[in-house]
Design a binder for this molecule. Structure first.
Ligand SMILES: [Mn+2]
Length: 435
């Protein structure tokens, strides 16, 4: 019986780590690495060549394989040439994967939505009480950190953190992990970044600052996602999109779209899914073949406009009707209302129009007892910051923080229609909004 362990094309650290971990679980199986491997994994392998037992996949005599163990994918299409085995009937397939979709019909599966596949294999090694070396622990942790963004991606689960703890306990070397995870930024990437800095369309869409760069690249340039991320950090927009255009052999244009967002309201993954790609809220990509880049740019703009309408708006989370006082109310009366209602401030409204805001802080301006009989308009703050109902929770949060205020009246056509407080925004971010 010949057993083979394999993984997806363009193997990343999670894929390679899972491959090596699987050799410990299935000692009789041979690890076969795909021809294409990510550059940083390539660098790791070249230094540690003698330590890991594996063969190049093209050396495998596929005819003799009776058991195929697939890690970090459940999709035949991602396996490259070895996918031709899918026609065999006498082949036992086992899958370890954290992607929950895929078309491999396996005899046995460990498929769970955790941050990295290596987490699932580490759990098994732990159960089997396997001893692993510090180098193995370092490689496994690199895979875990890469796929979970150092345990910060929203896909990361408690399981992933337990696995990381176990690996650190097994002396995984953090200095090495960060050294190998440092992405490849070279001359080509620098050229692309410089061109993006000179040649980018910056727009304001639904209150979001967005940049779209159309760059023509001759042939393959790796790590473009890294370049887009660096560009977004430098120009500090809510979301940056790179459209990387090149020609196929047939002369047809292809356009690689890569997006990065730093704003929770602007979900790049959803936008890329609509363009036939994928990703998560902060990062995504799509490959468009035979599409004019100008059209691709317009698609992104339209999708951001549409995307905004479906997400949560201020009008969904504001409180209304608004309890307010007219501007001739005495400060003594205002103090009583604040005490009774247990709130820290109130809008001051005359005839439906916002005149100011009075808050507990303003009472510090009162010097003499007699001033308590003065009208609220003498003490309220008139420089009122308000927000429109169509804005996003993120924009509300930014406004509150920027002006250091606790409440934000929601205004439409000069009239106050609701109010949003710091606690409303907190509830939203911690996902505590009632349904
Ligand atoms: Mn993975």
């Amino acid at each position: 019986m010949t057993q083979i362990i394999t993984t997806h094309k363009n193997a990343d650290f999670d894929a390679f780590a899972s491959l090596v971990a699987a050799t410990l679980i299935y000692p009789k199986a041979v690890a076969a690495i795909p021809k294409s491997v990510n550059p940083n994994v390539r660098a790791f392998i070249s230094i540690h060549k003698d330590i890991f037992d594996y063969v190049d996949r093209w050396r495998v005599e596929t005819g003799k394989v009776t058991r195929l163990i697939v890690v970090d994918t459940s999709d035949w299409s991602r396996l490259g040439p070895i996918a031709m085995l899918n026609k065999r009937t006498n082949l036992e397939v086992l899958v370890w994967d954290h992607h929950t979709d895929g078309d491999i019909d396996a005899a046995w599966k460990c498929q769970e939505a955790v941050g990295a596949t290596i987490t699932l294999l580490v759990r098994q090694l732990k159960t089997m009480r396997k001893l692993i070396t510090p180098i193995q622990a370092t490689l496994f942790l690199a895979g875990l950190y890469e796929d979970t963004g150092n345990l910060t991606f929203s896909s990361c689960t408690a399981e992933d953190a337990y696995a990381a703890g176990w690996l650190l306990d097994r002396n995984a070397d953090l200095a090495l992990v960060s050294k190998f995870l440092r992405p490849a930024y070279g001359e080509k990437q620098k050229d692309v970044l410089f061109e993006m800095l000179q040649n980018t369309n910056r727009l304001k869409i639904n209150g979001y600052s967005v940049s779209i760069s159309r760059i023509h690249i001759g042939g393959h340039v790796g790590s473009l996602a890294l370049v887009v991320r660096m560009f977004r950090d430098i120009v500090n927009v809510d979301a940056a999109f790179g459209l990387f255009v090149s020609e196929e052999k047939s002369g047809r244009q292809k356009c690689m779209v890569i997006g990065r967002s730093d704003n929770d309201g602007l979900d790049v993954g959803t936008i890329m899914k609509s363009m036939g790609g994928g990703g998560h809220p902060g990062a995504g990509s799509a490959m468009l073949k035979g599409v004019n880049p100008e059209i691709a740019e317009q698609m992104i703009i339209d999708l951001i406009k549409g995307n905004q309408q479906s997400s949560v708006q201020i009008s969904d989370m504001m409180s209304f009707p608004v309890f307010s006082v007219p501007s001739d109310t005495s400060m003594a009366a205002v103090a009583k209302i604040l005490r009774q209602r247990g709130c820290t401030g109130l809008p001051v409204v005359d005839g439906g129009v916002l005149a100011g805001i009075i808050s507990r802080r303003d009472f510090k301006k009162i010097r003499k007892q007699g001033q308590l009989q003065a009208p609220v308009k003498a003490f309220m703050s008139r420089r009122v910051i308000s927000i429109e109902p169509g804005k996003s929770p993120v924009q509300a949060a930014r406004t509150l923080v920027h002006h250091d205020i606790g409440r934000l009246p929601v205004e439409e056509d000069g009239r106050i229609i609701g109010i949003i407080t710091r606690s409303d925004v907190m509830m939203y971010f911690y996902d505590l909004l009632p349904d």
